[in-house]
Design a protein around this ligand. Structure first.
Ligand code: PA5
Length: 418
């Protein structure tokens, strides 16, 4: 993975970036070593800790059982208990695993009724993923799905189709013990949004047929890279320093953009990672996303001409993953200039033109990714998690807690009479 910067107006000079990176050397060193004060949140720093051979073998054994007995697998989880798995499944699932259906991420009666209808006539299993098992969305979905299982199968068979990913000692573990459900651990030392490389992210991915070993390899290689590069050339520090410098220059938003719809759900993961990690103490860039070329016809005008609120970060996937040539059909539609062109080349031309146009107005950072496969997703997860940690260190906030989310939960429980 490489980072190219297009900052035509020279808002951040190479010297200023170098100085910021040197000034942040201690932040990088602390992130590379891990910090005692964050000991309960850093189980992801060493990929091996929650995605070693023993964990992978257990996940594969459970996924094999699911694939043999199910048409569908329901992932019950919200936020960090859902987004990483969904990013990869929605981009890469190729039918070699079971269909993944999502629940526990909404309170909409309409959406949940639709989800139950999707299960009709299918054999299915469910995985309730919840760190503390107090969150309303997964807790309420788990109930209706247990009922759906009970109506379809014998009590023993229904129980054999329930998996829970929860913390040791939690009420979810007790529920599993009391009812004979399969229990796998939610890492006690990782917060939800950093759990891609653990049972939380990897088990649903394996059920969908994703090569989780390639994913873990990508993350481990990125770990080795970011822990060995120093403060002059560390890619995560460079990105973290740039985004903080642009923030200091007055930009309040970072927009993540791409020309690849397969990244749609990854963008949701990225938004959660940065919003929940950095939006604290009245600080932090607000993360937004744009999926091009569609959004060029929507927010494109604002980006080009509106208030200077944002800088833009692109993910440029080099390998289009498919080829589709536009052939003439003999009708006069005035699109003959496209004759014989591949959509992959048209999309690339649109990307280059957009960067040229946007970088006249705002700084553009471009991450170049060779190919969108499981290995690449592993690298991206680790890269952005580590960059978020370093960026939070530069900003001076705790990137691992979420006091604002806890506050809203309190008011919601009060409203529901809990
Ligand atoms: O990243 C986080 O900590 C949060 O987004 C949580 O993952 C999310 O709130 C879900 O929490 P839980 O797994 O406890 O239901």
């Amino acid at each position: 993975m490489k980072l190219r910067v297009e900052d035509k107006r020279g808002l951040v000079s190479p010297e200023a970036l170098k100085a910021k990176m040197a000034e942040s050397a201690a932040v990088l060193a602390r992130a590379q070593a891990g910090e005692e004060k964050y000991a309960d949140s850093q189980g992801w720093l060493k990929v091996e800790e929650w995605a070693g051979e023993k964990v992978l073998a257990e996940i594969e054994a459970i996924a094999d059982r699911v694939k043999k007995t199910c048409d569908a697998f329901v992932l019950i989880g919200v936020g960090g208990s859902n987004n990483a798995a969904r990013s990869v499944i929605e981009a890469l699932a190729d039918g070699s695993g079971v269909e993944i259906i999502y629940a526990g991420n909404t309170l909409s009666a309409h959406a949940l009724s639709k989800m139950l209808r999707q299960l009709e006539g299918k054999d299915f299993a469910i995985d309730c993923i919840a760190k503390n098992f107090e969150t309303l969305e997964p807790g309420s979905s788990f109930r209706i799905l247990r009922k759906a299982l009970a109506e379809k199968y014998s009590p023993e068979e229904a129980a054999s189709r329930v998996i829970c990913t929860g913390t040791y000692g939690s009420s979810l573990e007790k529920l599993c013990q009391d009812n004979g459900y399969t229990f796998v651990p939610f890492p006690t030392n990782i917060g939800g949004r950093y759990t891609a490389m653990s049972y939380v992210g990897l088990l649903p991915m394996a059920c969908a047929g994703i090569d989780i070993r390639a994913l873990v390899k990508g993350a481990s290689e990125m770990e080795a890279r970011l822990h060995s590069e120093g403060c002059e050339d560390n890619l995560a520090l460079r990105y973290a320093a740039l985004r903080n410098l642009y923030n200091e220059k007055g930009y309040q938003l970072e927009m993540l953009s791409c020309f690849e719809p397969r990244l749609r759900w990854f963008f949701k993961w990225w938004t959660q990672l940065f919003a929940e990690s950095e939006g604290k103490d009245g600080k932090g860039l607000f993360p937004v996303c744009a999926e091009y070329s569609e959004e060029l016809h929507a927010v494109g005008q604002y980006i080009q001409d509106g208030a200077p609120l944002m800088f833009e970060t692109f993910i440029d996937v080099k390998d289009p993953g498919a080829s589709l040539v536009i052939e003439p059909d003999g009708k006069k539609d005035y699109f003959d200039y496209l004759n014989g062109m591949d959509f992959a080349d048209v999309n690339r031309a649109a990307f280059e033109a957009t960067v040229t146009a946007h970088s006249d107005k705002l700084p553009c950072l471009i991450f170049e990714v060779e190919k969108l496969d499981a290995h690449a997703f592993g690298s991206l997860f680790y890269f952005f998690q580590f960059a978020c940690y370093v960026s939070g260190g530069i900003l001076g906030i705790n990137p691992f807690d979420q006091p604002g989310v806890e506050a809203y939960k309190g008011w919601m429980f009060k409203a529901l009479g809990k």
